[in-house]
Design a protein around this ligand. Sequence first.
Ligand code: ZN
Length: 256
Amino acid sequence: MTTRVSDGEAAADRNRRAQRGLTRLLVRDVRGLRRLIIPSRLQESVPQWMHAVRALVDQYGAASAALGADYYEAERLAARVTGRFTVPLAPPPPVEQVTASLRWAVKDVWERDPGDPATTPAQREPLTVRLEQAEKKTEAVAQKLVADQGRDTVREAVRQDRLATAWARSAALAACAFCKMLATRGAVYKQDTADFQSHDGCHCGVVPVFRGQRFELSDHAREWERLYREFAAPHSGDQLRRFRRALADHGHLPVL
Ligand SMILES: [Zn+2]
């Protein structure tokens, strides 16, 4: 018997919230490391701080992957799929990737020559402001690195599990226009090569679809889809902006 599965079902929502809760704790811990940065000794203390942040990303990333695996297993059971399958946990992102993200986050912290025309306005701010900005960026990149590990776990399980057929994006009602646009695409079949596009601060989830299940957009995603088709799709090159406006005009928050 064919059962239905949707991006808006309760389990998808719970999974997204669990991942969101996890990254909230991550951000709290990242903030706690701020004291490792000693303003008078930036050159020595920033690398030490980066090292500590990397350790947190590893630790929380593993927890995110485990949450993703639990969710996948529960969904598989709910779909009454028989046969054993062990969910492989997504590995941590390569050290170089984490380091590059953190280097980007702190790039404006370093002391620059104010007379140098290459010095940006952000780099001319007082050190306290620069540190504040670096902290915010770090929280954002860490969140993405960790949440991606949970999402990758579900997507990789779909790819390897012979009884899984597709995955779909589940976006929260408060998600940005970009994520809502991608969520309206519905089921992405495992033979498709489409990647999961996420951004800093993205809390979207991946919903697995199993053999015998038919994917259907939730009512809210269907409404986003209608708005996209009507107000954005015909305007090639300007679709995201048009879609964002259509969402705002029709009371879909946030207006981002
Ligand atoms: Zn998102």
